[in-house]
Design a protein around this ligand. Sequence first.
Ligand SMILES: Cc1ncc(COP(=O)(O)O)c(C=O)c1O
Length: 467
Amino acid sequence: MPNESPELKKFIGAYPAYLNTKSIDELRVKEYSRLDRGEHIYLDYTGGGIYAESQIKKHQQMLAENVFGNPHSSNPTSLAATKLVEGAREYILHFFNADPNEYVAIFTANASGALKLIGESYPFSNGRYLLTFDNHNSVNGIREFAHARGADVTYIPISLPDMQVDASQLERELAQPSKNGNNLFAYPAQSNFSSVKHPLEWIEKAHAHGWDVLLDAAAYVPTNKLDLSKIKPDFVPVSFYKMFGYPTGLGTLIARKSALAKLHRPWFAGGTITVASVQGDRHYLAEGATAFEDGTLDYLNIPAIKIGLKHIESIGYEVINQRVYTLTGWLLDNLTQMKHSTGIPLVRVFGPTTAEGRGGAVTVNFYDKNDKAFDHRFIEAEANKVNISLRTGCFCNPGAGEIALGISRVELDVCFTSPQHHDRMTIDDFRLCIDGKSSGAVRISVGMVTNFNDVQALLSFARGLLS
Ligand SMILES: Cc1ncc(COP(=O)(O)O)c(C=O)c1O
């Protein structure tokens, strides 16, 4: 590279694989130039991906040149829409290497919509719901359905500093499925808090003891290949905007047909039945995915999923992976070396401090020279001033947050049982309850089209907090 800065030289020296990802720099100029035109330092890829201009153009052209009607009728415009919707469904399975004889792809509004479908339909009675502390709230929320149907709900803790799951406790619990009911085990392939990649080997361990496995892939698939010919989770929720930015409002539940057959939908709707009768007070659910897709599908946007998946394929997960690995490594190496004049480190990382076994989200809190944490809202406000988009708070992952921030069960019990919090509690009430502790963290997330300059801008911002 000509005009290499000394820092870039050092980076390449430490992470030579970055050079294999040059195609992303070219792509960024061609397809994502609005990032640099707007002087954006976008570091919230775990929040949402960024779309390429060509995705929008291809989709727009498709809409401009064709006439699409509500699918699943025999008229020509309906058939045109059906063809594209079913084409996108097939492509999702192809993309994840899922055998169509074994898996189905159900269209949902997002990963949360996919998770709710499982929660409301899973036959929990007399069963167990086992999940890791490290989970998004939309996975935690399934426990309400489990409780309502009398299932046992068990959480497996994670521990500091690496935010990994206690494997021995997990194995103990997996070895004790309910003998009288169904058993569902849920965990994220990649944490949206710490970015830890949890072992995919757990899927078969759980299967061996008779558990169904819900693998939350929402934070994993934007930068990692999920190959459903090699691993066989029963339920996989995904949000497409996290993978390729556009369209928002669409996700999928990829489900194994055998596990899907266990689910009982609590209602029926337009589109989900073969026959429903008013006077007969009966309905018959359709087979497979159709039974889970309420009402009219988002048939104008669904074709954009195929465009997005092809876009990822054209770049290749290997390149994306190397990009994220090298930049995350550099970000971590530098952040963890920064110290105040007093010798106090600037950051504390929640999760692995190297790029191994993790994804591109680096979650930290910043500390002043007296080792007092800066409020995460202050950090966000300061970052906003220099056009850095990052995210702060608990990222809808309270279990990981409570462990990272050292908020104990006792404190939470006191907080939740106090009379004034019986009916309602605001986030400010919660902050008061955990007096003196940080109530959130700062997540800097590197993604598919992040470049060296983005990371350098963040590091320069961090250096500005040193005293
Ligand atoms: C790991 C994980 N699971 C589930 C979700 C929920 O996704 P959505 O908000 O798109 O429904 C998210 C979103 O941040 C996530 O990171």
